[in-house]
Structure formats: structure tokens, C-alpha cells
Design a protein around this ligand. Structure first.
Ligand SMILES: C[S@@+](CC[C@H](N)C(=O)[O-])C[C@H]1O[C@@H](n2cnc3c(N)ncnc32)[C@H](O)[C@@H]1O
Length: 174
């Protein structure tokens, strides 16, 4: 699998908590290693830590300024891919993107500074319509990983779902 980290540019705004939580959980479930946020509230950190403890893995939520995250990503040789409805359609760039092994996927909140467009290696649109950072992230990861992310196994879990066509089956680690 390709290595994916996520950064969300922009400060927290009112009633943002649910979106941020969903962004973290979707990043984790789809195999990202970490998400960087400008501000991390304790409640969010606790929620993700709780999910890791129960369902496994070591997905990290890290408080960091986006510019520093960009600098570190450049130093690590990651492709910096900013998801924005104004960018080049994903389907036109996916073949080129798949040649790279590691990524920093950048999503915005309500307002993204112009510098983000300049400092990113790619500005990529998942349709040229406004929608959501969570949907844009999920589709991009799925396309980059060619579906391999769906098979990720999370180590060190307490609970594991045994996939079932009907009903719920959960295994508890003894
Ligand atoms: C509430 S939207 C803001 C929409 C914003 N005007 C934009 O540049 O896409 C928040 C974030 O969702 C993501 N997003 C929304 N629509 C998108 C699209 N069609 N393609 C890629 N990303 C999108 C972007 O990362 C954006 O910063």
C-alpha cells in the first residue's frame, strides 16, 4: 500500500467537531498513518485513541501548522496533493499520481489560503462541484490505492468484526 498522511488546513469553526471526527475516522479506516490539524481538542484526541484501543492500529492525530507539515512532507519526498473543486480532475492525473509511493493529502475547511494552491504539487478535483472534504479524501485514497486500502488489517485490537452477510459477529481478543 502507498503511504498516506492527511492534513486539514484551517482553524476550527463552530459546529465543526462532527466533521473533524468523521475526517479522522475515515482517514484511519482507509489506511492513512496520521492526520495533522491546526488545533486538536482533547475530546477529538480521546475519541480517536479510544477507536485505536478498541479496533486496533496506531493512527495518529497531530497538532501542527500546515506549513510545517508541508515542509516535512517535501523533505520526506511525499507528493503534496491538495483536494479542491477548482483543481485538475482526478481522472486526468490518477495515472501520474499512482507512480508515486507516498502522499500528503490536503483538505480544507471553509476557507483555504491561496498559498496552499501554490505550495501543493497537485491541485486535484473530485468532480468540479462543491461537496465535502471527507468524500473527496475517500474517493482519492480509493483511487490511489486501487482498493487495497479496503483490505487493511489493524493490529493490536480488542474487538474485530467477523464479516457476516446477516447480523453482527464480533470477536473479542482474550
Ligand atoms: C466545505 S468544502 C469548501 C469548498 C471550497 N470552495 C473548495 O475549494 O473546494 C471543504 C473542503 O472540501 C474539499 N472539497 C470540496 N469539494 C471538492 C471537490 N469537488 N473536489 C475536491 N475537494 C473538494 C476541499 O478540500 C475543500 O477545502
Amino acid at each position: 500500500m502507498k503511504s498516506v498522511k492527511v492534513v486539514r488546513v484551517g482553524h476550527r469553526y463552530v459546529r465543526d467537531y462532527r466533521t473533524l471526527t468523521h475526517l479522522c475516522l475515515v482517514s484511519r479506516a482507509l489506511g492513512a498513518e496520521a492526520i495533522y490539524l491546526e488545533e486538536v481538542e482533547k475530546e477529538l484526541k480521546d475519541t480517536v485513541a479510544d477507536v485505536n484501543r478498541t479496533w486496533g492500529g496506531d493512527f495518529a492525530v497531530i497538532e501542527e501548522r500546515w506549513k510545517k507539515v508541508f515542509q516535512d512532507a517535501k523533505a520526506e519526498g511525499r507528493a503534496i496533493v491538495h483536494l479542491t473543486m477548482y483543481g485538475t480532475p482526478l481522472q486526468e492525473k490518477i495515472a501520474e499520481l499512482r507512480k508515486r509511493d507516498s502522499f500528503l493529502l490536503v483538505v480544507g475547511g471553509p476557507k483555504v489560503p491561496g498559498e496552499v494552491y501554490k505550495l501543493s504539487d497537485y491541485n486535484i478535483a473530485v468532480t468540479s462541484q462543491p461537496h465535502s472534504e471527507i468524500a473527496a479524501l475517500a474517493i482519492t485514497v480509493h483511487d490511489l490505492q486501487k482498493g487495497e486500502e479496503l483490505k487493511k488489517v489493524f493490529g493490536d485490537y480488542k474487538l474485530r468484526i467477523v464479516p457476516s452477510a446477516k447480523g453482527k459477529q464480533v470477536e473479542q481478543k482474550s
